[in-house]
Design a protein around this ligand. Structure first.
Ligand SMILES: Cc1cc2nc3c(=O)[nH]c(=O)nc-3n(C[C@H](O)[C@H](O)[C@H](O)COP(=O)(O)OP(=O)(O)OC[C@H]3O[C@@H](n4cnc5c(N)ncnc54)[C@H](O)[C@@H]3O)c2cc1C
Length: 359
């Protein structure tokens, strides 16, 4: 008996990593992608810049990718030092011995994470069908269709610039309610965004204020700016199966509820779903073991962060400026007795717009 072809709905990082893992185990895979290219929701003229967090593991994320057989053939910038500001525009240095995150590009361009994963998948013999929406999986398959509801919005501009590489953050509810504003620059291109967790109706106002604040604080200079925005969906399901098919990535709600650094969770979920199809293990058992403790801690972190308010963010940033932020965040992102004790409270308090995986 030959194994059936595995169909995957969605060529985002979750779907492509699942396809790569399955192909490496000798399985035949077809990935369907609704759009004409990968990373369509992130880029057109410019690509989006995002941070691949490097704080949830002691080991460096890029060396882990290499060990796991995932490509690192995408443009990236190791981000150790940066600058944060509070609502009074007081400045705090962010210092880490090792990169806090890697800035990378998302979108259809040649140097993006999405294109690197696509190249690796194709080299392994994965068939990727563009302009193909998969509605029903007949045999074996995985759902990887991206976010289905907006629990956070990240909006702002992509642009060219003559500014130097770097990253800057502002924690101020007047610019990004319960979230943060950020500016990322690499190789003469930049992204400035307000990442908001509340008051979505006033998104444009927060973007305007964010741009004005960065102009004042760091002389932000945007050439040919193009508006861009997207949504994040943070939800911890009981089961991440649709019938007998695993659901992975943000379609399952797998995200970092605190700040939206979900890429690594999304990628891990793709690897675990592939493992479950290869070995016959139960996918829910695998992600409950490897991903859920961090996602539960992340809900607690979100509720605590939202309670801080502007004065609290200032206190938080001041405390971090005396420490190695990478080490501090690793502690905060881990499950602990304290986080587990607060989890029932946080679960009642944090309400995703998503009520179930089928809605
Ligand atoms: C503006 C913004 C900034 C972000 N910044 C960061 C960051 O700094 N760090 C971080 O870690 N994360 C960040 N994220 C989150 C991160 O981008 C996502 O978590 C990640 O892309 C989710 O990957 P995915 O594969 O689950 O879904 P997606 O990347 O959304 O891919 C899903 C794909 O499935 C396709 N599709 C949908 N339905 C079907 C169907 N029926 N058939 C076929 N194809 C289908 C879609 O077209 C899409 O290409 C950000 C998100 C946004 C919006």
């Amino acid at each position: 008996m030959t194994d059936p072809v595995i169909e995957i709905a969605g060529a985002g990082p979750a779907g492509l990593v699942a396809a790569i893992t399955l192909a490496q185990a000798g399985r035949e895979v077809v990935v369907h992608e609704t759009h004409k290219e990968v990373g369509h929701r992130f880029g057109s003229q410019y690509q989006d810049f995002q941070g691949l967090e490097n704080w949830t593991t002691e080991r460096d994320v890029l060396s882990l990718f290499e060990e796991q057989g995932l490509t690192t053939d995408f443009a990236n910038l190791a981000c150790n030092q940066g600058t944060a500001f509070d609502y009074k525009k007081r400045k705090y240095k962010i210092n880490c011995k090792q990169p806090l995150f890697y800035m990378l590009e998302r979108g259809p361009g040649p140097k993006t994470l999405d294109s690197a994963l696509l190249r690796q998948a194709k080299r392994l013999g994965v068939e990727v069908r563009f302009n193909s929406r998969l509605r029903v999986i007949e045999n074996e398959g995985i759902m990887a269709a991206g976010p289905k509801a907006a629990d956070a919005i990240s909006a702002g501009y992509h642009f060219s610039t003559e500014m130097d590489d770097g990253y800057w953050v502002i924690c101020d509810d007047n610019l990004a309610p319960k979230g943060y504003s950020y500016l990322l620059i690499m190789d003469g291109v930049g992204t400035v965004k307000s990442c908001i967790f509340d008051d979505f109706k006033q998104e444009k106002l927060y973007v305007k204020r964010t741009v004005e604040a960065f102009e004042k604080l760091v002389n932000l200079e945007m050439i040919n700016p193009k508006f861009h925005g997207g949504i994040g969906n943070f939800y911890v399901p009981e089961t991440a199966y649709a019938g007998r098919h695993p659901i992975i990535g943000e379609q399952a709600g797998f995200q970092d509820t605190l700040w939206g650094f979900g890429m690594r969770l999304v990628i891990s979920s793709g690897q675990l779903a592939a493992q479950s199809l290869i070995t016959g293990e139960n996918y829910d058992t695998l992600w409950h073991r490897d991903l859920k403790p961090q996602m539960d801690a992340s809900i607690v972190n979100r509720c605590l962060f939202a309670l801080l308010g502007n004065r609290g963010y200032g206190w938080f940033l001041r405390a971090q400026s005396h420490r190695d932020v990478r080490e501090e965040l690793r502690k905060q992102y881990q499950s602990s007795m304290f986080k587990r004790a607060l989890h029932p409270w946080a679960k009642r308090r944090y309400l995703s717009k998503r009520k179930s995986l089928s809605k």
